[in-house]
Design a protein around this ligand. Structure first.
Ligand code: G4P
Length: 526
């Protein structure tokens, strides 16, 4: 593995190589940008709250927000979506801890919004995987883990709810190792179990953190020591390179509810959590310590003020020092773009950004100029890659009862598709637009927002299609294919051709009979 650019730059400034010290090095080395992934109910919300509290972002005990999204009813979800304030604020939470600047990126709990989660995971440098100590690895944990693995995102594991009846620790570690094909290295070990769980022993710093003073002869200590010895003998030691490459996960035990083990996790992120990684573009990798500013838009959200069609673009600064008022090049449209009011997201209130560095996430208000996947630079023709669109699994025709509103609907669908609410496909034969979603809840959100924000009530009709694939390949072959399949061809938001098929069989046949064309279920945007 190549050494981290940040630390090699640090080595350079320490005098190994005689070059001018890079002024960005120190700032970048203390950035930590991460997300929490979990199966619903494992404790993501509770852990998030405790982490923010430890970071001083929340003064009092209490809830940052309502319950896990999963438990919300549909109507709850709708009103929450409309109350943009909550979702914007909780999308990114920035706080300071242990001399580091943390950016915690929230991922939606509901799997109908999984595309949003995938995009968010392109903007993080590591993820914390929360596991319920009684249930072990669950379906959604596994799915999210696989996405992290595809991107080599390092994972820290937090085994939560140790204050309750839990599985045996060794069994849990085995389950992670075997189930996810990952090396596990316990970073801490629990002291006591269930109701007698009082704290952790940190194997890295060799310190005991308990909520109450334990007499030296407390049996929980003896038990912990014995198990630690066993663990050290049987399991690999922490290895930085292996962690950075996503092959080994350090494991922490705790109880988010009882606030046990939370600072172990944060301290570890300070000590070895990865600083901002290099980001891939179509042409080269951009290191965080490069001087020119670059940024990648990975999420768009309608702004808090429903009277304006303002939107907030969430951009990860990939390199350089971004300052307020700076003019950047919007590569997709080839124009300059002034950053008048970039915002930071300090847990509850948004603050104007004066400066931001690689790894930071800033909010850029705009009127629709920025889209998901857009790249901003100081002039270089770069396009960041890795922000995906997934072929939707549900395709519906939008039905408009009031024909007078057709134009307004077209505009609204484009805006909402740019935000990533749904994917939009415009049939090439001029038929009404088709929207594609991964989960039906997205359709509910679309319908309610079209009515509330645009005053365009719509319904949805079924389509004969069950699959959509982006088509690329030899232009002549594509033209011929399009002419033959006119009614099943559509253009996506960017004007790229999409083939709609009524079954897997039809899709397979199209692929078989058109060897010069490729049919993609993932489109990389940006
Ligand atoms: P999620 O975001 O991953 O869906 O999980 P969330 O934090 O909402 O937690 C799910 C449930 O698990 C909540 O209980 C929460 O209190 C509980 N929980 C979280 N962490 C711990 C822990 O460390 N120990 C124990 N014992 N419970 C934990 P609930 O009954 O659904 O809600 P509540 O009424 O307790 O808030």
């Amino acid at each position: 593995p190549v050494p981290s650019p940040v630390f090699s730059a640090a080595a350079a400034s320490a005098g190994e190589v005689k070059t001018a010290p890079n002024p960005l090095t120190g700032e970048i080395a203390r950035r930590r940008t991460f997300a929490i992934i979990s199966h619903p109910d494992a404790g993501k919300t509770t852990l998030t709250e405790r982490i923010l509290r430890a970071g001083g972002a929340i003064q009092m005990a209490g809830n940052v927000r309502a319950k896990g999204e999963r438990r919300r009813t549909r109507s709850d979800w709708m009103s929450i979506e409309r109350d943009r304030g909550i979702s914007v604020v909780t999308s990114v939470m920035t706080f300071n801890y242990g001399g580091c600047v943390f950016n915690l990126l929230d991922t939606p709990g509901h799997e109908d919004f999984s595309e949003d989660t995938y995009r968010t995971l392109t903007a993080v440098d590591c993820a914390v995987m929360v596991i319920d100590a009684a249930k072990g690895i669950e379906a959604r944990t596994r799915k999210l883990f696989e996405i992290c693995r595809l991107r080599d995102i390092p994972i820290l594991t937090f085994i939560n709810k140790m204050d309750r009846e839990a599985q045996d620790c060794f069994a849990l570690l085995d389950e992670i190792a075997e189930g996810l094909a990952l090396d596990v290295s316990p970073a801490t070990w629990p002291v006591g179990r269930a109701a007698r769980f009082v704290g952790t022993y940190d194997l890295r710093t060799k310190t005991l953190h308990t909520t109450e003073e334990l007499p030296p002869d407390d049996p929980r200590l003896a038990e912990m020591e014995e198990e630690c010895q066993l663990a050290s003998a049987a399991l690999p030691e922490f290895d930085q390179e292996s962690f950075d490459a996503g092959h080994l996960t350090p494991v922490f035990f705790g109880s988010a509810m009882k606030e046990i083990g939370v600072t172990d996790l944060l301290d570890a992120l300070v000590a070895f959590g990865p600083p901002p990684r290099a980001q891939k573009t179509e042409t080269r990798e951009v290191r965080a310590d490069e001087e020119p500013v670059t940024a990648l838009v990975f999420k768009i959200q309608a702004n808090m003020d429903p009277n304006h069609r303002d939107r907030m673009a969430f951009a990860r600064v990939c390199s350089g020092r971004l300052t307020r008022g700076m003019r950047l090049k919007h590569v997709r449209i080839g124009k300059q773009f002034a950053l008048h009011t970039p915002q930071f997201f300090f847990a509850q209130d948004r603050q104007l950004v004066e400066e931001a560095f690689g790894g930071d996430v800033v909010g850029i208000p705009n009127h629709g100029t920025l889209r998901i996947g857009d790249t901003l630079t100081e002039g270089e023709e770069l396009r960041f890659t890795g922000v995906p669109h997934f072929a939707p699994e549900i395709l519906r025709r939008v039905r408009l009862d009031d024909a007078m509103k057709a134009k307004k609907l077209r505009q609204a669908l484009v805006e909402l598709a740019e935000e990533g609410v749904v994917q939009l496909f415009r049939p090439q034969d001029g038929a009404p637009p088709i929207v594609g979603v991964v989960g039906t809840l997205q359709l509910d959100v679309l319908q309610s927002r079209l009515k509330a924000e645009y005053n365009v009530p719509v319904g949805f009709d079924s389509t004969p299609y069950t699959l959509a694939r982006w088509v690329t390949g030899d232009p002549a072959a594509l033209e011929k294919f399009t002419a033959l399949n006119r009614t099943a061809m559509a253009d996506d938001l960017d004007g790229d051709p999409v083939f709609l098929a009524s079954s897997g069989f039809m899709m397979a046949r199209a692929a078989e009979t058109n060897p010069d064309l490729a049919f993609h279920d993932i489109k990389q945007i940006g």
